[in-house]
Design a binder for this molecule. Structure first.
Ligand SMILES: CC(C)(COP(=O)(O)OP(=O)(O)OC[C@H]1O[C@@H](n2cnc3c(N)ncnc32)[C@H](O)[C@@H]1OP(=O)(O)O)[C@@H](O)C(=O)NCCC(=O)NCCSC(=O)C[C@@H](O)CCCCCCCCCCCCC(=O)O
Length: 191
């Protein structure tokens, strides 16, 4: 699931909840769709932060669901809908943003990472290609050569490397959610 709360300063906070790594199960995807719609429709909300509970942003598609039929909202239109929100949306990346988790973050307008976070597209290690927009959004963001390296090796990179490559906008040693909230407040209302 995903919970919704409105913080002072008109920021909606969406928190992914699916232990142990907040993977994108059908319930989490439905929760994201519902809470993003809620933030979009709430006139008091001027910006949005997406984070994961217990200091983990998202480990990607829920591999526990791979064996069964796909239920719930698909990832691709869900991420498109986030990208299309006309209020700033930031991903607060703590712990991991892997596979579909990084693809979700790439659909957000900004990414703020904790210094100890790990990011990557490890799908190749499962015999897959990133299937939720990572093969398009990552090369647009950091260029084809660097994106191909990450997609074809599946390696995890540090927040510092992600900052250097241009995948994240800020890295912090303190609370990444607080930092992301402060960041979106500062850009709310800008075109
Ligand atoms: C996350 C880790 C780095 C953590 O490592 P650590 O050492 O700390 O701990 P463990 O490895 O022991 O893991 C702890 C615990 O967590 C479980 N777990 C980890 N990852 C997941 C996960 N992704 N899902 C579920 N559970 C997970 C793990 O099993 C342990 O559980 P336990 O009970 O044993 O304690 C490390 O775990 C790690 O590296 N994990 C793997 C991360 C990963 O590989 N992620 C990528 C997943 S694949 C993916 O995300 C694919 C995406 O690109 C989305 C694809 C979308 C598909 C869209 C399909 C469109 C099809 C369109 C078709 C159209 C057809 C038409 O209509 O034409």
């Amino acid at each position: 699931m995903a919970t919704y709360s409105r913080l002072p300063g008109s920021v909606a906070l969406i928190t992914l909840q699916n232990p142990p790594v907040n993977a994108l199960s059908a319930a989490v995807r439905q929760g994201i769709v519902d809470t993003v719609q809620r933030a979009l429709k709430d006139p008091k909300v001027t910006s949005v932060v997406i984070c994961g509970q217990n200091g983990k942003f998202c480990g990607g598609a829920d591999i526990r669901e791979f064996a069964g039929p796909m239920l719930g909202p698909p990832l691709v239109p869900m991420i498109h809908a986030i990208e299309a929100v006309d209020k700033p949306v930031a991903a607060a990346i703590e712990g991991v943003a892997l596979g579909g988790g990084l693809e979700l973050a790439l659909g957000c307008h900004y990414r703020i990472a904790h210094s100890k976070a790990l990011l990557g597209l490890p799908e190749v290690t499962l015999g897959l290609l990133p299937g939720a927009g990572g093969t398009q959004r990552l090369p647009r963001l950091i260029g084809l050569t660097a994106a191909l390296d990450l997609i074809t090796t599946g390696r995890h990179i540090s927040a510092a490397e992600a900052l250097k490559l241009g995948i994240v906008d800020q890295v912090t040693d303190s609370n990444a959610v607080d930092q992301a909230v402060e960041f979106v407040r500062s850009v709310a209302g800008r075109s």
